[in-house]
Design a protein around this ligand. Structure first.
Ligand code: BTN
Length: 250
């Protein structure tokens, strides 16, 4: 049975709109008590990336957000990888199954999504307050996924047949997350990138459609891994590569 890291303040809610919003709204009260984990049994307004909704029914998923400080903007590029790697290592440890990373931070099992990460930051002159929200599908049955998600989503219960308790998963996830965050804080970026590349191996040299969020443009190319700076390397027609820092693989 895992315990929470002793330095972590844990806030357990029965319900909220979004654990990311909770951290944003309570930043002033919490800033002297960081790092903080906020976890909720259900979310009424769970949010995903690209303004999507993250359905968050009670007892089905893990809905948690870490709030902590980072000292430089340069480190922010690696945060999605840190979150994705942490979820993967935690899931691999409890199931011995093959979970993989779809850049920047989706976690997949046999090409279906089991977890997602929403990172939001409050940048002040001295510090960056980072909010890393993590959603993991734990106890969903096939009936719990609306039609359009059946093809592309999966839960731990569908994989293993077992039920999971967020009271056990959250401390484990926190321990792994702060292990990797410490590496980021102490600038061990190479290890983060190397690990993320290892977990992305399944996509290597495959054709992908990449949706760049800054321009809204969709580009076709070949996934060529993650560069030293956390960016996606897209091999383009004609043989040249482009590097991307915001967006997602379709
Ligand atoms: C994605 O689109 O893949 C990201 C999903 C992130 C969902 C989590 S659940 C906890 C936290 N609170 C939110 O409203 N969103 C994140």
């Amino acid at each position: 049975m895992f315990e929470y890291p002793r330095f972590l303040k844990v806030i357990t809610l029965v319900q909220c709109d979004s654990t990311n919003n909770y951290l944003k709204n309570h930043y002033e009260d919490l800033r002297d008590h960081l790092p903080v984990l906020v976890t909720s049994a259900l979310q009424t307004g769970g949010r995903g990336r690209q303004q999507r909704t993250w359905l968050s029914p009670k007892g089905k998923g893990l809905y948690s957000s870490f709030g902590f400080l980072l000292d430089t903007k340069q480190k922010l590029r690696f945060l999605p990888l840190v979150a994705g790697i942490s979820v993967i290592e935690m899931l691999r440890e409890i199931t011995a199954d093959e979970f993989v990373l779809k850049w920047p931070n989706d976690v997949l099992y046999r090409e279906k999504k089991i977890a997602g990460v929403l990172i939001e930051n409050i940048i002040t002159e001295q510090k960056i307050f980072c909010i890393t929200g993590i959603g993991i599908n734990l106890n969903h049955t096939l009936d719990d996924f609306p039609g359009e998600f059946l093809e592309k989503a999966i839960s731990l219960r569908i994989i293993t047949g077992l039920e999971y308790d967020t009271g056990e998963i959250n401390p484990f996830l926190s321990t792994v997350f702060f292990h990797w965050l410490e590496k980021l804080k102490s600038n061990e970026k190479e290890e983060i990138v190397e690990t993320a590349n290892r977990y992305s191996e399944f996509l290597m040299y495959r054709n992908i459609s990449f949706h760049e969020s800054s321009s809204g443009i969709v580009m076709e190319g070949i996934f060529k891994g993650i560069n030293h700076d956390g960016g996606l390397i897209l091999g383009r027609e004609g043989g040249h590569d482009t590097i991307h820092y915001s967006g997602e693989i379709a």
